[in-house]
Design a protein around this ligand. Structure first.
Ligand code: SF4
Length: 625
């Protein structure tokens, strides 16, 4: 972390001191005229170190007293603009869509306004005065904050830790307060600090033109204007206030840069990553215990989804998830597998009602722990999410808020959803971090997420997910960003923790090897549809769908001839909105027949008890239709 810029700090400190206590230096009255001592040149030995102006007023005193006006106008104008702009930027992300869109259109229009000319016109129309200058500048600058905050909010909203917080049932305003504002504050503060410099310049320009702070107040712009007629004979009257403006603006901008670095923990030097074992064969004990078989014949599933459909909003309503049905029983591990873009993660987001505003969902049935999620309003959803579901996302760097310590992530869940006091929550958080294998958990509570390696970060995310004592854990590609050894450890840990706590798990993964290790049952998705489901051993050993078979053939085989090219599935999945009638896999399927292009096959039990496939062909490669 670099140190604060010394020169800039001294300049800004002097500026602020002069603004607060201009009489500190015992300088003469800035408006006292002395017609016997006009245009006196700067002299360190005389009474006027920086000379006098055309009315014999002390230039140094006027510069020092003028700082107060610049500071006052800048702070007030930036405060007004910042408050309006931040509120508008947050509204764009969290208010109902029409309101947010209208606010941002207004901001776009305001950004097109030539600020100086309009400020000048308004200031002239309203007359000079500090209040008018503040109101005019504030009203013109808010749009810049609104745009910046809106962009930051859009970015932060997509991050998994915001979703994670919402999964845990945190209200929108708490999400804004705890996660969005801390993340946008470095940008806002940087803009604020650099805008103070711009506003000082703007105020000086308006005062220079007689439309800012009215005389005889010694505003810096007025001081520069005072020397216009003497620029050839008494340069100091204009040049020295101009130099003061330049120094303060450059100093503020320099401090703004430092402040941004200082406030953003992502720019701090990371601590050494926790040591990891060298890559190699995965020890059997790292895989954890073999997952228990699903409770056969259980008629009361924990999660019961039927006919789930996710589409884009608008008239076209392009389907992205199309008629997905699945059940997860208590204590059961279910895998949702398929290529990227098949709709797995959207299915998980839809289950906990966390889809982006640009998407719409419908379902015939969506029940969790006996509650109808379709009938619940936001408060009920928050309670249910916080109590019943824990979420582990792909990467801890996006699922954990970089501005909060790892301890605070776990403590937040415990205080918000379990009603623990902060002391009890901290104690429990240490236990949970210890439980998921964080060494020296008490000390690491105050570390930041970026100070953890990938595997350790996922352990922290798991501890936060477990803190609310959920019954269902949804893990969305939890090991994708990790190397093979760490992957096995995290999957082993997930399986072990869920098994010992009696949790059910919905594991979303494109990695069939991981699904094979961890899941009792799997569902295979393609182009928004379930194309096969059944017990893991049945589906992955005797796949009924050509798509599942192709996925398995594309798995790298370490025992195979290394010169043989890796298997892959020909072609690409259909883009959303381009699926035609018939089987969606038909353009890529080696077994395709004319019937496949005419009619979409239903999901039916063709391959034995419990195994369903969406294919006109049988699991033996023959044909049923
Ligand atoms: S229905 Fe036809 S095209 Fe579709 S997976 Fe089966 S064989 Fe292939």
């Amino acid at each position: 972390m670099r140190r604060p810029p010394v020169l800039a700090s001294v300049v800004v400190l002097a500026f602020l001191t002069a603004s607060a206590v201009p009489g500190l230096l015992g300088l003469p009255d800035p408006n006292a005229t002395d017609l016997t001592n006009q245009l006196a040149a700067p002299s360190w030995t005389g009474d006027h170190p920086l000379g006098t102006d055309g009315l014999g007023r002390d230039v140094l005193s006027r510069i020092v007293h003028g700082a107060r006006y610049s500071c006052l106008v800048a702070a007030a104008a930036v405060g007004v603009a910042g408050a309006l702009g931040v509120a508008a930027g947050l509204a764009s992300g969290f208010a109902p869509r029409p309101v947010g869109a209208a606010v941002m259109r207004l901001a776009d229009a305001a950004l097109g306004i030539p600020i100086f000319l309009v400020a000048l016109a308004l200031a002239v129309a309203r007359g000079p005065g500090i209040g008018n200058v503040v109101a005019v500048i504030g009203a013109l600058l808010w749009a810049q904050y609104a745009r910046v905050v809106s962009a930051e909010v859009a970015k932060v909203r997509r991050l998994s830790y915001v979703d994670a917080s919402r999964v845990l049932g945190t209200s929108t305003w708490l999400v804004v307060l705890r996660h969005v504002l801390p993340n946008v504050s470095p940008t806002v503060l940087t803009l604020l600090a650099s805008q103070i410099g711009s506003v000082i310049l703007l105020e000086a320009s308006l005062s220079f033109l007689g439309a800012g702070v009215p005389p005889p107040a010694p505003a810096w712009g007025t001081l520069v204007a005072d020397g216009r007629d003497f620029i050839g004979t008494a340069w100091w009257i204009s040049a020295l206030p101009g130099a003061a403006i330049l120094l303060v603006v450059v100093g503020l901008n320099s401090l703004a840069d430092w402040l941004r670095e200082r406030l953003d923990p992502r720019t701090r030097q990371p601590a050494p990553a926790a040591p990891v074992a060298a890559a190699g064969p995965v020890p059997a004990q790292d895989l954890g215990p073999a997952p228990a078989a699903g409770p056969a014949g259980d008629r009361d599933p924990l999660l019961d989804v039927a006919g789930l459909r996710v589409t884009t909003a608008g008239d076209r309503a392009i389907p992205l998830v199309d008629g997905v049905s699945l059940q997860v029983h208590r204590g059961e591990f279910v895998g949702l597998i398929g290529e990227s873009g098949s709709g797995k993660s959207l299915t998980a987001a839809a289950i906990v009602r966390l889809l982006p505003q640009s998407l719409r969902m419908t379902a015939g049935r969506l029940r969790l722990g006996g509650s109808d999620l379709l009938a619940l309003r936001s408060a009920g959803l928050r309670r249910l999410r916080g109590g019943l579901v824990g979420f582990v996302f792909q990467e801890h760097t996006s699922s954990l808020d970089p501005t909060a310590t790892v301890g605070s992530h776990v403590v937040e869940v415990l205080t918000t959803h379990c009603g623990l006091s902060r002391v009890a929550a901290r104690r429990r958080a240490v236990e949970l971090l210890d439980r998921v294998g964080i060494p020296d958990a008490r000390r690491r509570m105050s570390s930041y997420p970026h100070q953890f390696s990938g595997g350790m970060g996922q352990r922290v995310a798991l501890a936060a997910a477990l803190a609310g004592e959920p019954e269902l854990l949804i893990a969305d590609e939890p090991t994708t960003a990790l190397d093979a050894t760490v992957q096995a450890r995290i999957i082993g840990l997930l399986a072990e923790v869920c098994a010992t706590s009696g949790l059910a798990m919905l594991l979303i993964t494109h990695d069939l090897g991981i699904a094979r290790q961890a899941c009792d049952r799997v569902l295979v998705m393609y182009a928004g549809r379930i194309v096969e489901s059944g017990r893991t051993a049945d589906v992955l050993e005797r796949p009924a769908s050509p798509y599942t078979r192709a996925l398995l053939q594309a798995l790298p085989d370490l025992s195979a001839d290394r010169d043989r090219p890796l298997g892959s599935i020909e072609g690409t999945p259909p883009a959303p909105g381009t699926v035609s009638t018939g089987c969606r896999f038909a353009p890529r399927c080696p077994l395709v027949r004319p019937v496949c292009r005419d009619r979409e096959p239903p999901l039916t039990g063709r391959a034995g008890a419990g195994q369903l496939a969406r294919c006109w062909a049988t699991d033996t490669g023959g044909w049923a239709a």
